[in-house]
Design a protein around this ligand. Sequence first.
Ligand code: SAM
Length: 345
Amino acid sequence: MNGDGSAPVISPVPLMEISTGFWASKTLAVSLELGLFTLLSDGRGLTAAELAEALRISERPAEMLLTGCASLGLLQRRDGRYVNTPLADECLVPGRPYYFGGWVQMLDQRLYRAWGELERAVRTNSPTSWHPGAQAHLLDGIDPELLDVFWDAMHSLSAYSGRRLAHAVDLSGVRWLLDVGGGSGSVDIELCRCHPDLRATVFDLPEVCPIAEAKARLAGVADRIGTAPGDFLADAALPAGHDAVLLSMVLHDWDEDRVREILRKCHDALPPDGLIIISELLVNDEKTGPAPAALMSLNMLIETSGRNYTPAEYTAWLSAAGFSDPRVVWFDSPGANGAITARRP
Ligand SMILES: C[S@@+](CC[C@H](N)C(=O)[O-])C[C@H]1O[C@@H](n2cnc3c(N)ncnc32)[C@H](O)[C@@H]1O
């Protein structure tokens, strides 16, 4: 009760923040699309009038966009001109090594629409970003330009996770890593940068392997990162000879039965003492958060038959697959907040 006997009023401010989340997301996506951060990448800065002229738009929306981006921590004012913050300069200018714009574009071009149908996904327990009746999988028949956006998104999302993972997990005894569902090889590129003696194999569908090969060439690590085309569900076994396997943002795509099957195949591909690493946005064991993992889980409802799992769930399934010594390490990155490791006895 308040001093005057009236009931305390709960502030609805948090609800305003949640319900307007897409305002911030759209401000970022449109600024990126208009090339704002690239225009500002020479460090000279722009006024609203100069931006309006450069983009051939009215000064009113130019000023609003600049103010909006500044409010979100993407721009700052220096001597009356707007300039990129270090975050925007490092992550939102195309061509920079840790460019994050691919993910922003994918959210905007693919997932924004699909999330518009979240209610249908919840009511039907099926994806809305693709048509399971008409397509074999979520990327089947996708427009090639959108496919490029998807791979740029995965690459930019996983680069920082790779950097964090490299320090969070002890890879000292690992010489050759099998990255199961390795995609563009983004995580492997970062792991190889941090561990000079490490080599990696990206195991992924045949059409994906050339993407990893091109990215490894571009990063100058093609001599240490190879590919092995295959299908972890259809193939009887995974490639042998590696002393560790990594599953980064792979298992959340699949239901529990498939997860167990993939873990069993990883176990069988490893030698005794071989290490398995599962890197994901992990939901806590109480299933109350954290928000990035819980909302990524809903994104899996939009996109797949999977969900984001908890350390307790992974630990039980690893043990059932024959692994021992499960450990959880926590770190902070956009695509993963932790990793579970275990060993084949
Ligand atoms: C969400 S992406 C994660 C990519 C990568 N591990 C990363 O962290 O950036 C899932 C990956 O699993 C791969 N994948 C899906 N089904 C597969 C299958 N049956 N066999 C092998 N790879 C598969 C996809 O092609 C994609 O590269």
